[in-house]
Design a protein around this ligand. Structure first.
Ligand SMILES: Cc1ncc(COP(=O)(O)O)c(C=O)c1O
Length: 452
């Protein structure tokens, strides 16, 4: 491991994270790259979290960080919320994995349907990656077609079907182990460019099974849809007998108690959920139209009739996840009139505050986002506004890493470096001001300058 101190920020980070550094060195002999999820690695090494409560992460060196990563943006009501923690504790003493049908799964399904009535039928899995994989399989089953259209930069988890055009510069293979036979049935279209997207879609319309899209591009840079883009895709899918699938794994129950379909007035045939609806425990959910979802109903089929087998898996609908998800959705429902306006207002203040700090310092940025999600892009080249994954890919990621590490090392504010931030109901307007002040100090002390 090369841990030469090269910058002031790194020096500060080394100083405060000695125990993490030891653990990282040991992790290298246990895990490829020392980590258990690719994106959790950041330079020079990640700190190791010991506990998390509310908006705070505490690491093994005793540092408290105000968290804007919030468990991959899953924790809208904070870490270890008392309501969720106590429900999970109670459930743990009554069983963690029944491996049988259970009423809790029904209770959570009703809670989901309350916010999202388009979830006529529901299938749980343990991850979002599985849910999107099943969505694609079901679309192919329904249409008898093969091709899946996804967005350039769109992220739907690590399932093989959709692991294409994820990382800048997008044209390259996404890694070893993926074969051309699979790739030829995925076509990528540019976000927020309806004309070019339709051009591509028209070339594959006869074999198009579905268009799958995140309503707000998350991993690719927290990019909101331009007016009519998503409607244009939906219309194309519907008028060509393909399915329109909305991946709401980030946006579901985050933009409002409903989600992006409601926000942008969309009518997806299928949609996927995850993150928030698991209440901090593993989950993926595939939801949608009754007729389509019924294709995976294995019960009461005639002999020889073929079903679209989509999983579940050993841990699907396990009572702990169902309990945590239910407690979270019930809490959100009871408090939605306070929570959503609050987190959205903090989000707006942060976007505006950061924009003005950078602009006063003549640093070109675009702070993207919506509601309680936001992301800083340091602009490069001629791009003035981030509208697509390609724009985001061209921004200065090195500077963003430096900024995020400076926040961690100097101000105990945590963003997973290079990733968007998410606000929870336990963040306050004071946290927003602290983040804006911290950014101002970083800018004023020239920590983002070259060689600093
Ligand atoms: C939009 C979207 N879809 C799917 C996934 C995959 O979910 P999971 O990580 O639970 O497999 C993610 C994860 O970040 C996501 O952001």
């Amino acid at each position: 491991m090369d841990l030469r101190v090269t910058t002031k920020i790194q020096k500060e980070y080394f100083r405060k994270t000695r125990r993490s550094r030891d653990l990282y060195e040991r992790s290298l002999s246990c895990f490829p790259g020392g980590i258990s999820h690719n994106i959790r690695h950041f330079e020079p090494y990640p700190f190791y979290t010991k506990s998390a409560k509310g908006k705070l992460l505490q690491d093994v060196d005793g540092n408290d960080f105000t968290d804007y990563w919030m468990g991959h943006w899953a924790l809208l009501i904070g870490h270890s919320h008392p309501v969720v923690a106590s429900a999970v504790r109670n459930q743990a003493s009554h069983g963690t994995l029944f491996g049988t049908a259970n009423k809790l799964s029904l209770d959570l399904a009703y809670a989901i349907k309350e916010g999202m009535p388009r979830a006529e039928l529901i299938r749980y899995s343990s991850t979002g990656s599985e849910a999107t994989m099943y969505a694609v399989r079901l679309a192919r089953a329904r249409t008898g077609r093969r091709v899946v259209a996804k967005i350039v930069g769109g992220w739907h988890g690590y399932n093989t079907n959709l692991l294409q055009s994820v990382n800048y510069p997008f044209e390259l293979d996404e890694g070893l182990g993926l074969i051309e036979d699979e790739e030829q049935f995925v076509e990528s279209i540019p976000f927020n460019d309806l004309e070019r997207s339709l051009k591509v879609l028209n070339t594959i319309r006869d074999d198009l099974a579905c268009i799958i899209v995140e309503p707000v591009l998350g991993g690719a840079g927290c990019i909101t849809p331009e007016r009519d883009y998503l409607h244009g895709l939906q219309e194309f899918a519907k008028s060509n007998d393909a399915l329109f699938i909305l991946d709401e794994i980030v946006t579901g129950f985050r933009l409002s108690f409903k989600g992006a379909a409601d926000e942008y007035k969309l009518e997806p045939d299928l949609f996927t959920l995850g993150k928030i609806v698991g209440g901090g425990l593993p989950i993926g959910v595939l939801c949608g139209d009754k007729d389509i979802m019924s294709l995976c109903n294995p019960v009461g089929r005639e002999k020889g009739e073929i079903v679209c087998y989509i999983g579940g898996g050993t841990f699907a609908a396990n009572p702990l996840t169902m309990t945590a998800g239910l407690a979270t959705l019930q809490y959100l429902k009871q408090n939605k009139a306070v929570i959503y306006p609050k987190v959205n207002k903090i989000g707006l203040r942060i976007r505006e505050g950061l924009e003005s700090v950078f602009s006063d310092a003549h640093i070109d940025v675009d702070i993207t986002g919506v509601g309680s999600l936001f992301m800083t892009h340091f602009l490069n080249q001629d791009i003035r506004k981030i509208s697509s994954a390609l724009d985001a890919g061209l921004s200065d990621k090195g500077l963003l890493r430096k900024y995020h590490l400076a926040l961690i090392a100097k101000h105990n504010i945590f963003f997973l470096p290079e990733k968007m931030g998410a606000i929870s109901s336990v963040h306050t307007m004071k946290d927003a001001e602290l983040l804006i002040d911290a950014t101002q100090q970083i800018v004023q002390s020239h920590l983002l300058s070259q060689g600093a």
